[in-house]
Design a protein around this ligand. Structure first.
Ligand SMILES: [Zn+2]
Length: 275
């Protein structure tokens, strides 16, 4: 599993009506996944529309779905965060059954650092915020946050059943490591090590079951000299808006805001995309 080759690309699929969709190839000795990103970040969709979209995705050759369902399921751990249009778990399980019957492997996505607006906007979770004035980012040093996320991951696993992969998000966490506690830790051990330590901790329920965790790439590629601190158990999902379904020849290095070729970047960065 450590030699898993990962290539991801992201593009718009206008026919689906979704705001954004992702396609990714995950090549392993066992399988080859072409993943459709079902993103409920800013939209609630009807059950019949979702099923129609899943059928289209299956017909197009996709064989997996990345489910970013956010507040569109009635979660027990944070019922106050659920959308008024949220699905009951039974309804969502029926959607998952339909999806599996089409040959689409489910991959859950739970945002565990940033993009947490639908949770942190609620007064109950004010103490979970990294910045009291913002409601997008968890404080990753807060032990209660870690316990909350781990419990939520377990609730996800109960809903999804057997999965091979679980995406922990982690992108665009713009105020990560800015509170007094986190910023002190980041100065002592480095931002990437702090980021990796948190993710490794919350991934415990996954690693115990042999489920491979994943994260987006942009945060650690802000500190590209310090990549090896992320355990190779993690799949790094590269944001790539440019290459369509072709094998990428460049990697976006986010602290430079440049897409660099293999011979222009440190081998650690290139290997990050191939490991
Ligand atoms: Zn903090």
């Amino acid at each position: 599993m450590r030699n898993l080759k990962f290539i991801a690309s992201l593009f718009f699929l206008i026919t689906t009506g979704l705001a954004i969709s992702t396609s990714a190839d995950v090549n392993t000795s066992r399988n080859h996944l072409i993943i459709y990103h079902m993103d409920f970040n800013s939209v609630s969709l009807r059950e019949d529309y979702i099923k129609t979209t899943l059928k289209k995705a299956s017909d197009m050759g996709y064989n997996a779905v990345l489910w970013e369902i956010e507040d569109d399921v009635k979660w027990e751990i944070c019922p106050e965060s659920s959308s008024p249009d949220a699905f009951s778990k039974e309804t969502f399980k029926d959607i998952l059954r339909y999806s599996r019957d089409l040959g689409l492997e489910p991959i859950p996505l739970l945002q565990t650092i940033g993009h947490a607006e639908y949770v942190l906007m609620n007064e109950k979770y004010l103490m979970f915020r990294e910045d009291p004035k913002r409601y997008d980012c968890y404080c990753t040093s807060n032990a209660r946050v870690r316990q909350f996320i781990k419990s939520w991951i377990k609730e996800y696993l109960n809903l999804f059943g057997d999965v091979q992969y679980f995406h922990l998000g982690g992108d665009e966490a713009n105020v990560f490591a800015t509170c007094a506690v986190c910023s002190k830790k980041a100065r002592e051990i480095g931002r990437n090590r702090l980021y990796a330590e948190y993710l490794t901790d919350i991934a415990t329920p996954l690693l115990e079951k042999g489920i491979r965790p994943g994260i987006w790439c942009d945060m650690i590629l802000h500190n590209p000299k310090d990549l090896e601190v992320v355990p190779k158990d993690f799949i790094i999902w590269d944001w790539n808006y440019w290459d369509g379904d072709k094998t990428p020849q460049r990697v976006m290095v986010w602290n430079k805001m440049k897409r660099l070729k293999k011979d222009e970047i440190a081998w650690q960065i290139w290997n990050l995309c191939l490991r």
